[in-house]
Design a protein around this ligand. Structure first.
Ligand code: PRP
Ligand code: URA
Length: 217
């Protein structure tokens, strides 16, 4: 898999860790119940966020411990925003929030038309200072990349400049599209799957993430 050309792109990040692999295996299983599926999406989102926030700026601070003053570092500078792509992206928000509790949350409403497989936009509300924030866009699935790429376009139109996209399961087609259409955006994924099927579902994938998260179908 490492031979796929996008592994050479410094904006592409495949988050590899035994715990991520373990959680992904349970997530993919067709008999994993809704509650456990939602918990796993949250946990994997947290582990991806750990990687995606590695470059947050820090500043030196002095902290008084019970014994003496310690030289410490705290996150400084740009604030963070979390932008879930509705609806499945909602499942990742709490995982990101656990690591970045002060983040503001925007929402982008997009769904894939089941006939054309093209994304249809229906909602966009971002933090008012989106242009000054690092925006972490979250969606568990990156299939054709149409939804994520359109969401990023909508966010850029509203002035955002520093954008990261975090997905759980991805297909090479979607990775290539996002990297080509948004070369300035860092892309983090937990899994790179084989390909898309004729309905643009990811293989082997995990099925419809929104339906599995919210118990609909
Ligand atoms: C899914 C998924 C992504 C999109 C990925 O959402 O959550 O947003 O499809 O496909 P793409 O990369 O080919 O655009 P869906 O449209 O099924 O909506 P939902 O989240 O409301 O279920
Ligand atoms: N959206 C999903 O939820 N699953 C896929 O496999 C592709 C798009």
């Amino acid at each position: 898999m490492q031979e796929l050309e996008f592994y050479q792109n410094p904006k592409f990040h495949h988050v590899r860790h035994p715990l991520v692999e373990h959680k992904l295996a349970i997530l993919r299983a067709m008999d994993t119940p809704t509650k456990q599926f939602a918990d796993l999406v949250e946990e994997i989102a947290m582990l991806i966020t750990y990687e995606a926030t590695k470059d947050l700026p820090v500043e030196k601070v002095k902290v008084r411990t019970p014994l003496e003053v310690a030289e410490c570092q705290m996150v400084s500078g740009k604030a963070v925003g979390i932008v879930p792509i509705l609806r499945a992206g909602l499942g990742m928000v709490s995982g990101v929030q656990k690591l970045v509790p002060n983040a503001k949350i925007g929402h982008i409403g997009l769904y894939r038309d089941h006939e054309t497989h093209e994304p249809v936009e229906y909602y966009c509300k971002l933090p008012t200072d989106a242009e000054n924030r690092t925006l972490i866009v979250v969606d568990p699935m990156l299939a054709t990349g149409g939804s994520a790429s359109d969401a990023i376009k909508m966010i850029k139109k509203r002035g955002a400049k520093n954008i990261k996209l975090c997905c759980i399961v991805s297909a090479p087609e979607g990775i290539r599209r996002v990297l080509a259409e948004h070369p300035d955006v860092d892309l983090y994924v937990a899994a790179v799957d084989r390909c898309l099927n004729e309905n643009c579902y990811i293989l082997p994938g995990l099925g419809d993430a929104g339906d599995r998260l919210f118990g609909t179908n």
